[in-house]
Ligand binder design. Structure first.
Ligand SMILES: [Zn+2]
Length: 263
């Protein structure tokens, strides 16, 4: 009984926060023409704006290494982070609190075991990272670069938040929690076929139709194709139509249909 009351109170608090703190129109104008947002209908943009207000209310933004993270920068991140959950809801991001932003690409060091169980100390320069039950980490320099150059198929924010969604189903494995409208078998077969195709192209030094970084693991492949789904959907639909269809069912969005750009 007490937990029911608590649950109701939490829902009421979220709803009242959403209603009270909408993103005002002047601020919203900063993001409404971003590549992954401008093709949405006015109804969807209004929903995105509400989600964005909730996101800004619930998450803690931290500027690392002295980065002055302005309200506008936070809004640019929040708006793009909410694109994948437009039809899924803010609960998909309830497992973490913090979004950390570095001024530039950042170094991470960690110990990783290979297939033989040998531990290697690795160091890598990253533009973003998502920790299981931890923060999302982003490089502002990379976000800004993508804003200025409108790179189809590249969006570090969507990439990292796709990892967060993927992690909701038994860790980062390339299969997020599917709804009843999806078949796990069809998802597995479509993604496996496309993933192996990409690896084959890369191994033979052939041109690949999505970013070669997707060959790293099934989890990275899901994050990479999610970037294409929202920023270059017609391209993804041509390259990997079965993967596009599975993402369409999962995200409950069909960006290729509404972008209306001739192939
Ligand atoms: Zn990744």
């Amino acid at each position: 009984m007490f937990s029911k009351i608590l649950h109701k109170f939490a829902n009421w608090r979220t709803l009242s926060a959403l209603n009270k703190n909408t993103v005002n129109y002047t601020r919203w104008n900063v993001v409404r023409e971003l590549a992954c947002i401008r093709y949405h209908s006015s109804v969807e943009k209004a929903r995105l704006r509400t989600l964005c207000a909730g996101f800004l209310q619930q998450k803690v933004f931290v500027g690392e290494l002295g980065l002055d993270l302005t309200d506008e920068m936070q809004l640019i991140i929040a708006a793009q982070a909410c694109v994948p959950i437009l039809k899924l809801g803010l609960n998909y991001y309830s497992g973490f609190m913090q979004v950390s932003v570095y001024p530039d690409a950042f170094w991470i060091e960690r110990d990783e075991s290979d297939a033989a169980g040998i531990v290697h100390h690795n160091k890598a320069l990253l533009s973003g990272e998502s920790w299981t039950r931890g923060p999302v980490i982003l490089s502002w320099h990379n976000i800004e670069h993508e804003l200025q150059h409108d790179h189809d198929g590249h969006n570090v924010i969507i990439h990292e938040f796709a990892h967060k969604i993927d992690m909701l189903n038994r860790g980062a494995n390339g299969m997020p929690p599917l709804s009843a409208s999806s078949s796990a078998q069809e998802w597995h077969d479509s993604f496996q076929q496309a993933y192996l195709h990409l690896i084959g192209r890369a191994e033979h030094h052939h041109k690949t139709c999505v970013n070669i970084y997707g060959t790293t693991s099934p989890a990275e492949f899901f994050a990479v194709v999610s970037e294409y789904f929202f920023t270059a959907p017609q391209h993804l639909k041509q390259c990997y139509p079965r993967v596009y269809n599975e993402l369409k069912l999962f995200y409950r969005q069909d960006p290729a249909a509404i972008m209306n750009i001739p192939l």
